[in-house]
Structure formats: C-alpha cells, structure tokens
Design a protein around this ligand. Structure first.
Ligand code: SF4
Length: 362
C-alpha cells in the first residue's frame, strides 16, 4: 500500500478499503486478542469494534502492566508507604489500584509521602534531593519500560545514590502468551501483538511462541489503519490456514528490535518467575535485579516478602486478562465497580479493559 506518512494511517479511504476486505473475506467466527492495553484504548477510541463483522470478537489481553500486577505486589507498595522516613514513587496509574486493604491514594490522603513520577529518573532525582530519606520506586512495566528502569538504576549507581531502591514487578510479554495458550478454556484465533513492546523486543521475541502453538500473530501500531490491517492479516491467515508471525508495523519494529535497550536491561535485570493477576505464577516471565545490583532491591532492603492474597471477591479481572470473559460479564461491572469505586485494576488503569468498556458505555 506504500503508506508513508502518519495521516495515511488515519485515512478514511484506506480504512474503508480494509473494512470492506475484512467483511468480505471473513467467513467464520474469530476470537482475536489485542494483547496490549494501548491497542484496547485505540480500538475503542476509533470505534473499530463497530465496523467489524459480528463474526469477529476482540478480546483484551494481559498487556496492561497495572492490570496484571499481583495483589501482593500492590499490598507491598502500600506497606512501603506506611514506613517512616520513606518516599514511595510511582506511575500515576497505580495510585488507585486497590490492594487487599488500601490504595496508595488512600495512604497519601492519610499523610504518607507518595509521589507520582513520569520516569525512573524522576524517582532517582527525588532520592538525590532527599538524602535523609529512603526512596522506593514501584517498578511496574513491560519490555518498553524496563530498559528505562535499568538506566535509572545505572544512573543512581554512577551518582553514588544509596537511598534509592526499586520493588520490581516487571514482566515480559512472550511468556504470558505461552501461558495463555496452555490455559484450558482459552480460545484465541490470533494475536494482535503490541507495538511499543515489539520496538524493544523485535519480531524475533515471538518466534518461539509462534512456532510452538502455530497461532496467527501480527505486530501492529496504534492508528486505525494499523489495527484494521492487522485484523485483515489475521482474517486472511485464518481463512487460508497458512499461519504466520507478521509485522504490520515495520516503520517502528525491526526483526532484531532495539538491541541497545535490551543490553541496558540485561545489564541490570535477569529472568525470574513472576506472579500475574488471574494467571498465577509464570516461570521466567519477570525481570528481577541481578545479584550485583542487590543494594537497589527494596524487597531485600526492607524485608518485604508478602504472601499472595486472593483477588477481590467477584472481580473477574483475571478471566478478562486471559480472554475468558469480557467486562460486562463481571457481576460487579457498573454496579459495585465503577471508575469512581474500582474493585479491580482493570477498572483503574487507563489501559484497562473494564475502564475502556465503561468509558465507551458498553
Ligand atoms: S468490572 Fe471491576 S470487579 Fe469486574 S472485572 Fe472489571 S475491575 Fe474487576
């Protein structure tokens, strides 16, 4: 198609052509999962669900970092905020996520020193400006964010900042896709793979999952034409029976990804097991600090090792993140659970499926 400029990825004529192609070529029921929360929001913002044939169901996946953060990790953030002489630094989306007894927002209102930051560097600078206090950063991110967290730690070490540490709840995308494919009851006919994450990982990161499960997979961007193109490619793969791992976002994603960013990440972090909300523990799906960076490990520094706790009663976040349910199937949706009174993280995060359904009145 030769699309070159960003306007063309919003072009109604090109979008219309793709919509007509999808409508005419799709002959079967398809359940396609957009893995990334940013895709979920973009799909709603551009009304993409409404132009797809009824045969196609779009499911939100486990690609919203706040949504997949385990309850025990949220509880740990709250516990940190209750320690004396300690500043908790966090991305804004985490503030209202309910732990089992409180939220960071509630603790802040009660007097805790909880500060919203826009990068790990901000958190390091807060530590630098407050040498008489400890500063803990709530590290919740995927491959897109983890290199910047690593760079923040390298900066803290280079500047000799000893009162800074992180609690790592970082996660990797491909192991979650493999875990989904192994989960009984999960029915997915294709993955719309995340754009931002893939900029770092490259197409190569998904090869093992694709080869093991032979699942149609397309990496794409966030404009309407990007998403429609990915859906069209997935329809074609399903209709033809010729499955592939394709890249519909070549203007940003290379096969090798961002090697430099991964080197920085691997300098500081190493693979570890991680707990995912609703999915449970997935081996090798987290990124924990390497032993040589243990002085930055807040869990060790403050002896924070909490047990996993059950998720809020009635909350279906876990099933939604696995594509087993959609938000309106949750008995609490729009009743007990609203953006003003969120029960689960999927209603809090700006990338959460429940928040998106609510915002667009579904
Ligand atoms: S509507 Fe609320 S309670 Fe239900 S799954 Fe979503 S976040 Fe959880």
């Amino acid at each position: 198609m030769g699309i070159k400029y960003i306007e063309e990825f919003r072009d109604s004529k090109i979008a219309g052509k793709l919509i007509r192609a999808i409508q005419s070529e799709c002959t079967r029921k398809l359940r396609l999962m957009e893995v990334c929360g940013t895709h979920t929001m973009s799909i709603f913002r551009h009304g993409i669900r409404s132009v797809l044939p009824t045969e196609i169901t779009l499911l939100s996946g486990p690609g919203c970092p706040v949504c997949v953060t385990a309850q025990k990790d949220i509880d740990a953030f709250v516990e940190f905020s209750r320690l004396d002489n300690l500043i908790v630094t966090t991305f804004g989306d985490l503030m209202k996520v309910p732990g089992s007894g409180s939220t960071l927002a509630r603790e802040k209102a009660a007097g805790a020193d909880v500060r919203i930051v826009y990068s790990t560097f901000d958190a390091v600078n807060i530590a630098k400006d407050n040498p008489d206090k400890e500063v803990v950063f709530c590290a919740v991110g995927f491959e897109t964010t983890i290199p910047t967290i690593a760079a923040g730690i390298l900066m803290a070490r280079a500047q000799g900042i000893e009162n800074f540490s992180i609690y790592s709840a970082n996660k990797l995308t491909p192991p979650a896709l493999a875990a989904l494919m192994e989960t009984p009851g999960v029915e997915i006919d294709g993955f719309i793979l995340p754009g931002h994450v893939s900029v770092i990982t490259g197409t190569r990161a998904y090869t093992p999952v694709f080869e093991k499960y032979d699942i149609p997979s397309v990496i794409t961007g966030f404009e309407p034409v990007d998403i429609l193109r990915a859906v069209h490619m997935l329809v074609r793969q399903n209709e033809s029976g010729v499955h592939a791992l394709e890249n519909a976002y070549p203007r940003a994603v290379a096969h090798e990804g961002n090697v430099k960013a991964r080197e920085v990440m691997d300098q500081v972090f190493e693979l570890c097991d991680a707990s995912w909300r609703g999915i449970g523990e997935i081996p090798g799906s987290g990124m924990g600090l390497k032993p040589e960076f243990r002085e930055f490990n807040a869990a060790e520094k403050f002896g924070m090792d909490l047990e996993e706790v059950p998720e809020p009663k009635g909350c279906a976040c876990g099933q939604i993140l696995m594509g087993l349910k959609t938000p309106e199937a949750c008995s609490l949706y729009k009743k007990k659970c609203t953006p003003m009174t969120p029960v689960g993280p999927c209603m809090v995060s700006s990338e959460g499926a429940c928040a998106a359904f609510y915002k667009y009145n579904i």
